[in-house]
Ligand binder design. Structure first.
Ligand SMILES: Cc1ncc(C[n+]2csc(CCOP(=O)(O)OP(=O)(O)O)c2C)c(N)n1
Length: 679
């Protein structure tokens, strides 16, 4: 139970609940009308639930939207964004003015079509792709319990509330998230289900006959159904849920488009402006005689009072944290600090130096294990995990203990075979703050996590995906498990850093880049098979941070550049040797991160690539490689799916060998010389 209760502003005490809720309804109606697009039905239907939640329960303070001990409110049904924007305006978030509501969905406004984290104060996570919000919220609720176990009720004591619709619950992702949250008994997670039985195509009975209550209960939740237009029933259900020992589903039976005489209860209210005539009728029906965007003073004042009621709680919380801070620094503040501590830098530098010296011939997933073992102690807020592939991904540090529902002191999460929920929950954990989450699976299953990875990139949050078994080099498991298009497809996501390190030193450097990337998620693509070490001592310069760099440069200039990533760098080095025997001078470039390379200066990029024919080598499809290779270049890689056989056989059969690379280089050189002679 929450030990720091808030005063509740019961709407009915001063202004009638209906007026408070109608303020939300009409702001949504008017904004959608003005934008000529948007979704009025959901805010109209859930206005009563939202009013009760915000006025009586939600712990928040608009003057500090990032207050760490606030309750989180996630609008999983992101299409109903006007519900959230109306609440943010009414409760007094800075910058969320009436003008911003008038500019709903317009260029440069704080009120985009779907809520965007980092864009609008008070938006906890980006939602719109259905199902993501509820799964992200599970991560937030988990982070709350983990922080609470470390720092106690005085500092960490909040709830995560979610509004989710039929669409969110139909998405497969919701199942993974519900199952994980139920298993971990995340009792601070309360889902308010907009149970209106309508989605875009019409009645949900067209496509779904799930018993949602039974479904949640089967996953270890408590569940109930209430009239979502009855404020007392809503309040009683939330009150019960707050004191439960498991996550709660409150199915709120509502009418979509509540109050619009000809649209309510129908899919016609879902995603289009009501139209002038229907808006006028709705004003009559709900006895709201005011102009568009006009909120009468007593109603606004009452909403602002609701917005102000968290101030004391926040001040008291700040007082409590001050007591911790006697030495100028506390583990709690350290955990919340997004910058890495000095202990970390020392640990990673030492490990890299050890790798340079010892030159271990190990798989990059093994090198990653050594990195994790080393940094886990220096980074107490590192939170590991895997989607049931811990022993393959090598993601668990020796010191890490599993998180269990009876013990949230742990720092390693067994996400189960739930890659998508793992990725979304990690987003929630990162958004919540206090932890740096990483989680493992096979690279080929990045597809299962992709929608959540994309959102992490869009939100600009630090989440680290450890994806091992990164090519045909995994061998016998065959083409189902051998990624071929995944590197290209992940590289296509803006603001996602895709790393493919080539030896132990590069693996340590890639981890370092990922940890330092405070506004980008990363994917570390790691080999199953052992790779030779090639990196020489380079003082303390992180070369992976350049995205690509020259590994070996012929003394008297180059004839050709061989550019490779990960396991294929070794092939490039062998090919360079073979070419050397024919007096062809080949430079070898390792390109562990295209995304970082792209951001380097033109001069650096040209110097690395060289003005000579270039060969790209990667055991994957071509993707954007030709961008680096230019007209005179060629790519040596995969052109289709892999096969089940030992790795060596696969490399030979698919023609990714030093001989094939050398042959390709000779061909390119001959062509270049012929072109030069003819021009
Ligand atoms: C993953 C995903 N698929 C499809 C959509 C498009 N879409 C937006 S809302 C919606 C229907 C949602 O129905 P429901 O949750 O019941 O919302 P309501 O009609 O009650 O507002 C769909 C299919 C989406 N936003 N995300």
């Amino acid at each position: 139970m929450s030990v720091h209760a808030l005063p509740s502003v019961n709407a009915s005490a001063d202004v009638a609940h209906a007026s408070m809720a109608n303020a939300i309804r009409f702001l949504a109606i008017d904004a959608v009308e003005k934008a000529k697009s948007g979704h009025p039905g959901m805010p109209m239907g859930m206005a009563d639930v939202a009013t009760v939640l915000f006025s009586r329960f939600l712990k928040f303070d608009p003057s500090d939207p990032a207050w760490p001990d606030r309750d989180r409110f996630v609008l999983s049904a992101g299409h109903g964004s006007m519900l959230l924007y109306a609440l943010l305006y009414l409760t007094g978030y800075e910058g969320l003015t009436l003008d911003q509501l008038r500019a709903f969905r317009q260029w440069g406004s704080k009120t985009p079509g779907h809520p965007e984290y980092g864009h609008t104060p008070g938006v906890e996570t980006t939602t719109g792709p259905l199902g993501q919000g509820i799964a992200t919220a599970a991560g937030m609720a988990l982070a709350e319990r983990l922080s609470n176990a470390r720092f106690g009720d005085d500092l960490v004591d909040h709830y995560t509330y979610v509004i989710a619709g039929d669409g969110c619950l139909m998405e497969g992702l919701s199942h993974e998230a519900i199952s994980l949250a139920g298993h971990l008994r995340l009792n601070r997670l309360i889902v308010l289900f907009d149970d209106n039985e309508i989605s875009i195509d019409g009645s949900t009975s067209l496509s779904c006959s799930d018993d949602q209550l039974a479904r949640f209960e089967a996953s270890g939740w408590s569940a109930c159904r209430i009239d979502g237009h009855d404020p007392e029933a809503i309040a009683a259900a939330i009150e019960r849920a707050r004191h439960g020992d498991r996550p709660s589903l409150i199915a709120c039976r509502t009418i979509i488009g509540f109050g619009a005489p000809n649209r309510q209860g129908s899919e016609k209210a879902h995603g289009a402006p009501l139209g002038a005539e229907e808006v006028a009728r709705t004003r009559e029906a709900l006895a709201w005689p005011y102009q568009p965007f006009e909120i009468p003073e007593p109603i606004l004042a009452q909403w602002r009072k609701i917005g102000a009621r968290g101030q004391t709680a926040r001040r008291n919380w700040i007082e409590r944290t001050r007591r911790l801070n006697i030495a100028g620094r506390s583990p709690f503040h350290d955990a919340l600090n997004r910058h890495l501590p000095g202990e970390y830098a020392a640990a990673i530098d030492q490990l890299r130096a050890r790798f340079v010296q010892e030159r271990p011939v190990i798989a990059t997933r093994q090198a990653s294990q050594l990195v994790i073992d080393t940094i886990a102690e220096a980074l107490p807020n590192l939170l590991g995990g895997s989607a049931d592939l811990t022993h393959s991904n090598l993601t668990r540090a020796k010191t890490q203990q599993p998180v269990r529902r009876e013990d949230f002191q742990g720092n390693y999460i067994h996400y189960g075979v739930r890659e998508h929920a793992m990725a979304a929950a990690m987003n929630g954990i990162a958004l919540h703050g206090g932890f740096i989450p990483y989680g493992g699976t096979f690279l080929t299953f990045a597809d299962y996590s992709r929608p959540a990875i994309r959102l992490a990139a869009l939100m600009g949050i630090r989440v680290i995906h450890v994806m091992t078994h990164d090519s045909i080099g995994l061998g016998e498991d065959g083409p189902t498990h051998q990624p071929v298009e995944h590197l290209a497809s992940l590289r296509a996501i803006p603001n996602l850093l895709v790393f493919r390190p080539a030896d132990a030193v590069e693996t340590a450097e890639a981890w370092d880049c990922a940890l330092r990337a405070e506004t980008s998620p990363s994917v570390l693509c790691l080999s199953r098979q052992a790779l030779p070490a090639f990196r020489e001592a380079t003082a303390n310069v992180n070369l992976v941070a350049y995205g690509a760099y020259v590994v070996s440069e012929p003394e008297e200039g180059r004839d050709v550049t061989l550019i490779a990533t990960g396991s294929e760098v070794a092939i490039a080095l062998r090919a360079a040797q073979q070419l050397g025997q024919d007096n062809i001078r080949a430079a070898v470039v390792s390109a562990p991160c295209f995304d970082l390379f792209r951001t380097q200066s033109r001069e650096y990029i040209t110097a690395v690539l060289g003005r000579v024919p270039r060969i790209g080598i990667e055991a994957a499809i071509e993707g954007e490689w030709m961008r680096w290779l230019g007209d005179g270049g060629e790519f040596v890689g995969m052109t289709g799916f892999g096969a089940s056989a030992p790795a060596e056989t696969l490399y030979r059969e698919f023609g990714i060998t030093a001989e094939a690379v050398a042959e390709t280089a000779r061909r390119c050189l001959t062509r270049a010389r012929m072109t030069a002679t003819h021009s």
